[in-house]
Every structure is written in structure tokens, then in C-alpha cells.
Design a protein around this ligand. Structure first.
Ligand code: UD1
Ligand code: UDP
Length: 370
């Protein structure tokens, strides 16, 4: 091993940047590690990747793999092949991956096959739904990782049930919330876009089960149109969803005659401000369920399950699936709840990345192993 352990952090898709940033910065502050950053390029639009690298204070990546969009097999294979090549040319002592996207499992597989241990930030989350691509990525990544950094108690239980080594599982809290707390004041002070309504519900959707299925998307649109008669909506449209709205000829209907404002994906601080000012959030995003809880904005999740059950236990989230009547009923229920009563899980305190680094230090002191 080199005199300072060499750690490479892998990012690639929008939700990776908020989770990885605090760890990278904490490792840099510590000074005892040689830190590198690899960007797979799974997301590549300025609004899906570039703006986050810049705004969250990342250094220039040591490698841009430039994999881009493709089918699951091709995208995963391209990250696997390119990252393996990079690792062979730049030997590492540990690879740190975050979240549950295709880049996460691909980088993990490349590393362990070269006998490089992997640390997984946001390990142990389980939706129980194997039709969800992320669930397969989570299961496989956790099975191969040497260090499992967990955000909420359910993750520890899941890993224990699956037989993970107890000394490799660490409930550290939520590094995505480290990022939120770092930028919260700036976001709260930023002015509301002048043409946005004063009271509104915020919408984000991108799960294939909601947007790739025409009937499901039509049903959701019907519910959003009806809700918009009571409360105007602002919808930040993910590129997958934009494509589907166009494919299904629904882009016009989605505006509900002006009561639903469609906007492109927002930058990190702009989006946090949009969440904080919203009366309600309707989403199928994983990260948004967690961030909204800390911002104390009620959420209706347009899914049948969540891998983040603590958000429900803490009072801030309700599952509504994609049935229009349930979405409307869910919205009314959550609008009636008192957000001041929402609780914040243990370890969602801005210091999760420091706990990750402390455990990494111990891992190397004990003698790293796969
Ligand atoms: C991916 C992740 C998902 C995560 C989401 C966050 C997987 C399996 N899925 O889903 O877990 O919640 O990112 O946003 O890893 N596109 C662009 N520009 C981009 C990126 C994508 O136009 O910068 C379009 C392309 O048409 C692409 C489609 O969006 O085919 C889907 O992108 P992809 O990365 O395959 O999946 P996401 O739905 O973004
Ligand atoms: N986000 C953003 N702009 C947007 C929508 C989301 O900055 O227009 C942020 C959000 O605050 C969170 C992350 O993107 O930090 C969540 O990513 P996404 O919903 O794409 O993925 P998921 O969490 O579902 O994997």
C-alpha cells in the first residue's frame, strides 16, 4: 500500500453528487488520504451533472469516462470496462461508491474483481421491489462491498438479515443531508422566481414504472390536473420524463392550461429553495423524500414502496402509488399534517461524512481486506 491510502470516489448520475461531495471534502480536510475523483458520465447534461460538480465544490475529476445513456446492460458494461481500465492504470487501495445507480454497481464490480475493497455510502436500503433497477444495484453492491455506510436503522436491519458482517456495517447518518445543511441558508435566502405562484406544490417524477408506461403517466397527469385546481403545481421535468411526455403526446396536457408550470431540471440551490417554499411535494425520487423531511415539507411518494421507511416513520411521507384517487387523497392528507411535528432521523446532522472518514481511517489501521 502507498504511504497514504489511495481512495477513489466514483460519481456519475445526479443524486451521486450530493452524497459523495461531503465525503470527498472530509477526506481532503483530513489530509491522510490520496483522493481521486472519477466521473462516469452516466448523466452528462449541464443541468443533470455539470452544474452539480461546480456548485457543490468538486475538484476537476481525475477521469471522465463519458459513458452516457444506453440500455442497462450496455451502460453498466461501459462503466465496468472503462473503470477497470482506469483502475489498472491507477492502482487504488479503496473505491468509494454512493447510492444505487448503474454506475454504483459497475464501479463496484470493476474494483472487487481487481481485489480493491469497496466502501458503499447509502448501503442497506431496500424497497423489496426487484422490478426496480435500483433495488438490484443495491443488493449486488452491498453483497460485494467491504464497508457498508448506512443512513437509517432499516438499512442495518436489512444488512443483518442478509448476513452482512456486523463489524463492516456502520450507521453513519446521511451524507446527502450534510450537503443540504451546508447550503440550506443560502437556499432559504434566495428569492422566489417572480413568475412562480406564491402557494404551490412541487412535482418530480422519473421512475420508469411511472413515466415509461403511458397508462400510468396519463393517470398521474389526471391527478395532477385535478390537484392543480386547488393548488398550482411547479414540475421540474427530468429528461427521461420530458422524452416520455413528448412520445405519448402529453406535453400539452401536462400544463393543465397554465396551472402546472413545467420547468427544466433545476440547479441544486434553486431546487432546494423550490422544495423549501413548497406546501407539498409529489415525487418518486429517493433523495427528495429525505431532503423534504429535513426541510419539513410534506411529501406524497408516487410509489407502492420506499427503501427509505424512516421518512414515513418520522411523519413526513406517505405512499400513494400511481392511482389517481390515492394521489389526490394522499395530497389532502399530507396538506393537513403539521410539518413542525416531523422528526429528523438520528445522524442527519451534517456530520455523516466525518463519521465515514473516521471509519475509513480505522479500516486502514486494522489492515484493509476485501
Ligand atoms: C438514473 C438512475 C436512477 C436515478 C436517476 C436520477 C439507474 C438505473 N437509474 O435514472 O436510479 O434515480 O438516474 O436522476 O442508474 N438523459 C438526458 N440527459 C442526461 C441524462 C439522461 O437526456 O444527462 C435522458 C436520456 O434520454 C436517457 C434517460 O434520460 O436515456 C434516462 O437516463 P438514465 O441515466 O439511463 O436513467 P435515469 O432515468 O436518469
Ligand atoms: N434535484 C435537483 N434539481 C432538480 C431535481 C432534483 O437538484 O430539478 C436534486 C435533489 O435535491 C436531490 C437529487 O437531485 O439532491 C435527487 O436526485 P434524483 O431525484 O434525480 O434521483 P434519486 O434520488 O431518485 O435517485
Amino acid at each position: 500500500m502507498a504511504s497514504r491510502p489511495r481512495i477513489t470516489i466514483v460519481v456519475g448520475a445526479r443524486p451521486n453528487f450530493m452524497k459523495a461531495g461531503p465525503v470527498l471534502h472530509a477526506l481532503q480536510r483530513h489530509g491522510g488520504f490520496e483522493v481521486k475523483l472519477v466521473n462516469t458520465g452516466q448523466h452528462y447534461d449541464e443541468r443533470m451533472a455539470g452544474s452539480f460538480l461546480r456548485d457543490l465544490g468538486f475538484p476537476k475529476p481525475d477521469a471522465d469516462l463519458g459513458v452516457g445513456s444506453a440500455s442497462h446492460g450496455k451502460q453498466t458494461a461501459q462503466v465496468l470496462a472503462s473503470f477497470e481500465e482506469w483502475l489498472l492504470a491507477h492502482p487504488q487501495d479503496l473505491v468509494l461508491v454512493v447510492g444505487d445507480v448503474n454506475s454504483t454497481i459497475a464501479a463496484t464490480l470493476a474494483a472487487v474483481k481487481l481485489h480493491v475493497p469497496v466502501a458503499h455510502v447509502e448501503a442497506g436500503l431496500r424497497s423489496g421491489d426487484r422490478a426496480m433497477p435500483e433495488e438490484l444495484n443495491r443488493l449486488a453492491t452491498d453483497a460485494l462491498s467491504s464497508l457498508l455506510f448506512v443512513t437509517e436503522p432499516s438499512g442495518v436491519d436489512n444488512l443483518r438479515r442478509e448476513g452482512a458482517r456486523a463489524d463492516r456495517v456502520e450507521l453513519v447518518g446521511n451524507t446527502m443531508i450534510d450537503t443540504l445543511l451546508r447550503f440550506r441558508e443560502v437556499a432559504l435566502q434566495s428569492p422566489r422566481p417572480p413568475d412562480w405562484p406564491d402557494r404551490y406544490a412541487l412535482v418530480t417524477l422519473h421512475r420508469p414504472s411511472n413515466v415509461d408506461d403511458g397508462a400510468a403517466l396519463r393517470g398521474i397527469l389526471g391527478a395532477l390536473q385535478e390537484l392543480s385546481a386547488e393548488l398550482p403545481l411547479v414540475w421540474t421535468v427530468h429528461p427521461r420524463t420530458q422524452k416520455r411526455l413528448e412520445d405519448f403526446g402529453l406535453a400539452g396536457a401536462a400544463t393543465a392550461g397554465g396551472r402546472i408550470r413545467l420547468v427544466p431540471p433545476l440547479g441544486y440551490v434553486e431546487f432546494m429553495a423550490a422544495m423549501a417554499r413548497a406546501r407539498l411535494i409529489l415525487t418518486d425520487s429517493g433523495g427528495v423524500q429525505e431532503e423534504a423531511l429535513v426541510l419539513k415539507v410534506p411529501v406524497v411518494t408516487l410509489r407502492e414502496n420506499t427503501e427509505r421507511p424512516v421518512t414515513i416513520d418520522c411523519g413526513g411521507n406517505l405512499l400513494a402509488g400511481n392511482d389517481p384517487a390515492r394521489i389526490l387523497a394522499g395530497a389532502r392528507t399530507m396538506l393537513a399534517r403539521d410539518p413542525a411535528a416531523f422528526r429528523v432521523p438520528e445522524g442527519w446532522d451534517g456530520k455523516a461524512a466525518e463519521r465515514v472518514v473516521a471509519r475509513l481511517e480505522r479500516f486502514f489501521a486494522e489492515g484493509p481486506s476485501l
